[in-house]
Design a protein around this ligand. Structure first.
Ligand code: G
Ligand code: G
Ligand code: MN
Ligand code: NA
Length: 248
C-alpha cells in the first residue's frame, strides 16, 4: 500500500523525524520530561494512521528501533553540549516489546551512548497485557529493575480496570485525552478525581495528556494530578526547540 511504501522508503532514506512534547509539573510549572513522537518528514500522514499500518506489516520493529536509536543519540548530543537533559518517554508497540531482541537493543544503545537509565521511560498500552501473561510481566519487571521507568499510556480508553494496575509493574499512568475532555460537569470531575486517587493510592504518578485549556489545568491541579501534557503549554517541538526549555 501507499503508506507501507512510504514507511519502507523512510527507513531507507532516514526520512523520519522525532518531535518532543514537554510534560510539566502541575505544581511548579517545571518541565519534567518529554514524549518522543514520530513523524514522517515532509508528510502530514499522522502516526495515528501510520503506526497501526507499521504494526500490521511488522515494520514497527525496525521503525521502533530507529526511534530508540535516534532518541538516545539525541540525548547523547544534548549531554555533550552540557544541557540539563530531562527524561524522554518512548512509545513502544506490543510487537516491538515482544520481539526477542528488544531488551538487548535498549541496553546496547544505552551503553553505547553511555546514558543513565533514568533518562528514558517506556510508554506501553494495556493491549500488551489484556490477560495476565507471566512472561510479559517478567519482562516488564526486568526493565524496571534496570532502572527504566514504565508508563501505562492511554489509560481510560480500553478495558483497563483499576485492578489491572495492581499487577502490571508500571511507575506512572497517563490519563487519555478522552477522559480529560469530559470535565463538563461535576459528576465527571468527581469520577476522574476518584480514578486519580486510586492510581495514587498504588504509589503511581498521574500525567494528564491532551490538555488544551487552563480551565482543565486548574481542575486537574485541584483533583491531585501530578503532571500535564498538551497544547495548552506546548505542542510537540523539534529537538532544537527543546533547548530553551531545558536552559530555563
Ligand atoms: O504524534 P501523535 O500525538 O499524533 O501520535 C499519535 C499516536 O501515535 C499516539 O498513539 C502515539 O502513541 C503514537 N506514536 C507516536 N510516535 C510513536 C512511536 O515512535 N512509536 C509508537 N509505537 N507509537 C508512536
Ligand atoms: O497515544 P499517545 O498518548 O502517545 O498520543 C499522544 C498524541 O496526542 C500525539 O499525537 C500528540 O501529538 C497528541 N497531542 C498532544 N497534545 C495534544 C493536545 O493538547 N490536544 C490534542 N488534540 N492532541 C494532542
Ligand atoms: Mn504516548
Ligand atoms: Na496516550
Amino acid at each position: 500500500t501507499y503508506i507501507e511504501n512510504k514507511l519502507i522508503d523512510a527507513l531507507k532514506t532516514n526520512n523520519f523525524q522525532i518531535l518532543y512534547q514537554p510534560i510539566y509539573d502541575i505544581k511548579t510549572g517545571e518541565v519534567v520530561s518529554f514524549e518522543a513522537l514520530l513523524r514522517i518528514k515532509d508528510s502530514n500522514i499522522s502516526p495515528a494512521k501510520f503506526i497501526p499500518i507499521a504494526e500490521k506489516s511488522n515494520l514497527i520493529v525496525d521503525i521502533g528501533n530507529w526511534v530508540i536509536e535516534n532518541v538516545l543519540s539525541q540525548i547523547r548530543e544534548w549531554l555533550n553540549r552540557g544541557i540539563n537533559v530531562k527524561p524522554v518517554s518512548i512509545n513502544i508497540s506490543v510487537k516491538q516489546f515482544l520481539d526477542g531482541t528488544f531488551l538487548d537493543l535498549i541496553k546496547e544503545y544505552l551503553d553505547e551512548n553511555n546514558i543513565y537509565r533514568d533518562l528514558i521511560q517506556l510508554e506501553i498500552t494495556e493491549s500488551l497485557l489484556l490477560e495476565k501473561n507471566e512472561h510479559t510481566i517478567q519482562k516488564l519487571k526486568t526493565i524496571k529493575d534496570l532502572g527504566i521507568k514504565l508508563i501505562l499510556d492511554d489509560f481510560g480508553t480500553g478495558y483497563s480496570s483499576l485492578s489491572y494496575l495492581t499487577y502490571i509493574p508500571v511507575d506512572r499512568v497517563k490519563l487519555d485525552k478522552s477522559l480529560n475532555d469530559r470535565f463538563v460537569n461535576k459528576y465527571n470531575i468527581e469520577t476522574i478525581k476518584n480514578i486519580i486517587g486510586l492510581i495514587k493510592s498504588l504509589d503511581l504518578t498521574v500525567t494528564a495528556e491532551g490538555i488544551e485549556t487552563m480551565e482543565q489545568v486548574e481542575i486537574l491541579r485541584q483533583i491531585g494530578c501530578d503532571y500535564v501534557q498538551g497544547y495548552v503549554f506546548s505542542k510537540p517541538l523539534i529537538a532544537e526547540g527543546c533547548i530553551d526549555l531545558l536552559k530555563n
